[in-house]
Design a protein around this ligand. Structure first.
Ligand code: PLP
Length: 443
């Protein structure tokens, strides 16, 4: 079994994370429960920042909030010197609640509303990452109304799509995000931005994919972005000072995953941008990355209680837990794979093959297929699913009116609740009953 971060097997044969026995966590906070290994999150943040310090003079590491966000995570990112990538009014509100320095935020989104843009300006976001020419003009109008000049990056699509082991180079990237470099569209949008009095174009942004192991896609994207910056300078006489290469670095979910480390990514893109800028006679831009998954995924463990174990002889054994697609939609959404263990029986031989399912009313509510677990697994045991720190809590739903699990940060033998469990009453508190439905029979 693979132990992530501070996870170990303790003297009781139990899983411990951050020096805390997960059976104690289950007793104190209940299940399902998201456990976040704070030391591992910090280690990942530092890996990015320290590698940049070694390789590149001017940089920003913006944590992609969409991977996992709560007030405590914002505070942690700030302590570690990270900026924040936010994509919604809700993420901005969370950053504000944590007292985050808003000039260190990058506001993304492919369809920001005028109202959201207004809120973002009021909040003082540092950079608006503009996704389309429609947004450019909407922003100009909102900024003019507010009497403000707003710094932007233009999100473009460099025609590189990267997934795990391969990258695909396409002429015109078919994406709902960003403005294609192909056909001169990005350059034309940059020209439009220069002409707008309330917009200050600081540079360009791209994001080429997710769960990327092969760094070649980043190298190719860096070259194309620098080509764009060179064309921008030669055609307009202006210099783009900032270059964001987005997020996307992969992590280990299952045996056989061999991700590249943040240090390797930073060394790779730093070298590519240094060499590429020198070749084109461009000044070194500020280099920005936006890691999400690679900061938090491996730090997360979801803890469940085992309920029914249904054996269909000769077919399959279904092991049901007290969570499922409401706290982890990724298997249903993208056939994502995970590893698990019976957390209170780590010493038992793994002799039973089961399919782990949730308690939601969908046949597709399957968390893991055909995995070997402790042969003596029984109802009431604890099942830990690993590497669930990214896009699990943040994508959690209220389906079947199960509240999403709470989140606990563990570190050095301490456990601190950072998101508490929502009660049924709190969930129903937003419901309203119109007058005509207040009688017990139809009116
Ligand atoms: N930046 C942008 C613009 C994104 O769209 C995403 C993910 O969708 C990220 C950063 C974070 O990516 P990851 O969590 O794969 O690092």
């Amino acid at each position: 079994m693979h132990f992530y971060g501070t996870a170990t097997r303790n003297a009781r044969g139990h899983l411990a994370v951050g020096g805390v026995d997960v059976a104690d966590l289950a007793r104190e906070f209940g299940t399902p429960l998201y456990i976040m290994d704070e030391a591992l999150i910090r280690r990942n943040c530092r890996a990015y920042v320290e590698s940049f310090r070694e390789h590149y003079p001017d940089f920003d590491v913006a944590y992609a909030s969409k991977a996992f966000l709560c007030t405590a995570m914002v505070a942690l990112a700030e302590q570690e010197g990270l900026a924040l990538d936010v994509v919604s009014g809700g993420e901005i509100a969370t950053a504000l609640q944590a007292g985050f320095p808003m000039e260190r935020t990058y506001f993304h989104g492919n369809n920001k509303s005028g109202e959201e843009i207004r809120l973002a300006l009021e909040a003082g976001v540092g950079r608006l990452v503009v996704d389309s020419t429609h947004e450019l003009h909407l922003l100009e109008a909102v900024a003019a109304g507010a009497g403000r000049r707003v710094r932007i990056l233009l999100r473009v699509t460099p025609g590189v799509e990267a997934h795990t082991h391969e990258y695909i180079s396409t002429g015109q990237l078919d994406s709902k995000f960003g403005i294609p470099i192909a056909g001169g569209l990005a350059l034309a949008a940059a020209r439009e931005a220069l002409a707008l009095p309330h917009v200050e174009l600081m540079g360009f942004h791209c994001h080429i994919g997710s769960q990327i192991f092969d760094l070649q896609g980043y190298r190719v994207a860096a070259q194309r972005m620098l080509d764009l910056m060179a064309a921008f300078r030669s055609e307009t006489g202006s210099v783009a000072r900032e270059l964001s290469l987005g997020g996307g670095l992969g992590v280990r979910y299952v045996e056989g995953d061999r991700p590249t480390s943040p240090a390797e990514l930073v060394a790779c893109i730093s070298a590519a941008v240094r060499a590429g800028a020198a070749e084109r006679g461009l000044p070194l831009p500020r280099l920005i990355v936006e890691p999400g998954r690679s900061i938090v995924a491996e730090a997360g463990t979801t803890l469940y209680t085992v309920g029914s174990i249904k054996e269909i002889p000769g077919v399959r054994t279904y092991l049901a837990v007290d969570g499922g697609m409401g706290d982890n939609i990724r298997p249903a959404l993208y056939q994502a794979e995970y590893e698990c263990a019976v957390a209170n029986k780590l010493d038992s031989p793994r002799t039973r093959v089961v399919t782990v399912v949730g308690r939601y009313c969908e046949s597709g509510d399957v968390l893991l297929r055909d995995v070997a677990v402790a042969g003596d697994v029984a109802p009431g045991d604890l099942l830990a699913v690993f590497a669930t720190g990214a896009y699990n809590f943040s994508m959690a739903s209220h389906y079947n009116r199960f509240p999403p699990p709470p989140v606990v940060f563990v570190r050095d033998g301490r456990a601190d609740l950072v998101v508490r469990r929502q009660s049924f009453a709190e969930m129903a508190a937003l419901d309203l009953l119109p007058e005509r439905l207040r009688s017990r029979t139809a009116r």
